[in-house]
Structure formats: structure tokens, C-alpha cells
Design a protein around this ligand. Sequence first.
Ligand code: F6R
Length: 363
Amino acid sequence: DKGNHRHFMAKEIHEQPEVISHTLSNYLDMANGRVSIPDLGIDLATVPRVTISACGTAYYAGLVGKYWIERYARVPVEIDIASELRYREAPLPEGGLALFVSQSGETADTLATLRYARANGQRIASIVNVRTSTIARESDAVLPTLAGPEIGVASTKAFTCQLSALACLAIALGRARGAISEEQEQELVSALIEVPRLISTMLVDETPYVELAHLLSKARDVLYLGRGLSYPLALEGALKLKEISYIHAEGYAAGELKHGPIALIDEAVPVIVVAPEDDLLEKTISNVQEVAARGGQIVLISNADPEKIGCELAAHIKIPDAHPLTYPLISAVPVQLLAYHTAVLMGTDVDQPRNLAKSVTVE
Ligand code: F6R
């Protein structure tokens, strides 16, 4: 049932405040400002490395997880897409933790990589949305996402719920290792608790996206840029757009721009920049100016004052001020809505895009 929405994807985007809240409440002791994740059956204080693997959008959630775990827990994290990790036969450290992220829990490559990790002595944990799935059953520990059934083929609410669980895991690891103090834990937990409300404020008025859809729908190529925690969001934004609108889109780390993709930029190429006000904003601004100098049409997704950018913007999508930890969750919503409204304008089958299946059970 789509409720009063035109597509399941729209309904699922709008469900995010509620399902993120559910997922967080599973991993947070809200009253005391603490995280409480299930026992993973491994000593979090001494785990030598975390290896994360997944496919598609779940992989991008894992990439955010890597940045969080490295930043807040100072544990080395390796990450690779499942179809690569399993075949390159990556060496895995003794006593390591392998973490798999999957909405369906049935993705063939992710499952095969899980089995590879088990055969190589890893403790297996998974973040899955379907509790009864094969990946959940074959894991030593499961961190469920409580997104509810996701019908739209393009993943939206499962992604932000995966991020919610990963943030809690990063904080738990950070506490276990003494990388963050109890006060810092409380600060991070309060920041997460704010997320559902902040996302609600972004779902009130979608007219800016409807207008921007006109710009994007005329483009042959669209570039998404982000740095640090926003880099995986640039990748996710590009994936969402290509999946449902069939417009060619690429996500790039902002710092890589001058190493190649800048050659693509001219007046016909919209460049979507995910750049919340964090400690990397200044660096990203210099990349934006390089794009502007070549006539690219810049769509800025940020809470920063556009005056700071120092160049003309085709559009500015304003996001709310938030704790730096939470910007990946906040920025997910505008990239989803941009893809959704572009696809709606173009008249594609938003919930059932061509050539795609909800669950990829063959490799
Ligand atoms: C993108 C999308 C896919 C899935 C990928 C993994 O919108 O839905 O990229 O994220 O096929 O699927 P799960 O999470 O079920 O393992």
C-alpha cells in the first residue's frame, strides 16, 4: 500500500524519520545517552581490523561506516565490494571482524564473501533488514535494521537505517577502545537522536526538487562530488539517479576532480556537490570553484552560506545544521529526492526500473 504517495519510493523516502528512529532505538539507551549494541561475540577492545563488504547502495553505507569507525574508534577498516573481495582472495587478519551489509540478506556475492570470511577465521556480523534471510542466519551476530519491507527497487530507507546501525557500531567500538570518552559518547548519541526530526524538516517542501528535475532531465551526464563522509553520498546520489532516470551519472571524490573528470565539465553538465559545513568544506569549495571556472552548473547541497562559495550556483539545496557525525544521514534525503523527481518528470517506472531486480541472488 502506497498510502497517499504516487510511488513506493516516495512513501519509503517519507518513512525515514520513523524507521531511523526505530532502528536507533534498538541500539541506543536514549535515557542515558549511551549506545548498546548486541554482543558480537568478539572483544571490541582488541579486534585488529574490521573488514566490510556489500554491494551497491549497501556498499556505500559500508563506506560511510568505514569513515566513522576509523574516525571515532581508530580501528583500521578494509572495505571492498563483495564481488571483488571474494575473488581477489584478500588475506584477512586472525581474529578479525567481518561485517556484511544487506537489505535483502540474500545477495549472492555478499553471501559468498561472508562464507569466504568465515572460512578465513573471521567473526561474522551483519546488518540486514530481512531477519529471516540467509545472510542473517549464517552470521554470528546480527544488527537488524528496522526499515520494514522496502518495495521500491531503488534503496532509500534501508540505506539510512544501515547508516543508523553503523553509526551506533562505530560509537560502541570507540567506547570499547577508549577512543572516545563517555561525554563524547553522550554528545554523539544526542546528535543521532536529532536525526529523525531534522530529516522531517527536509520532507515538508519538495518544490525545489521538482524545479531542479527540469535541469537534470535535460542533462546527458551528471557529476556528483563529495569529500570525506560526503564522498559515499556522492556515489549514492549518482547511483540513485542512473538507476531510476537512466541518466548517466558519476560520483567522484572531490579531490579527484582534477585527475580526470574535470575534462567532462562544460555548460551542459550539472555538478551536484554534497558539502555540509564540516572541517572539509573549505577544500570542497576550492573544487567547486574549479567547476565554476569551466562553466559547470553547480547544484550545492549544503547548510553553508552560499556567499562562502564565491561563485554562481545553479541552485542551492539547503540542509539543516547538524552534528558532523550525522551529515551522511541528512544528505541522503536530498540526493534521493533529486533522483526521484527527475525520474517522475521523465516518466520512467520509478519503483521497477528496467533491468533491475530487488534482490540479486545470482552473481
Ligand atoms: C540500489 C540498490 C542496490 C542494492 C544492492 C544490494 O538502489 O538497491 O544497489 O543496494 O543490490 O542489495 P542488498 O542490500 O539486498 O544486499
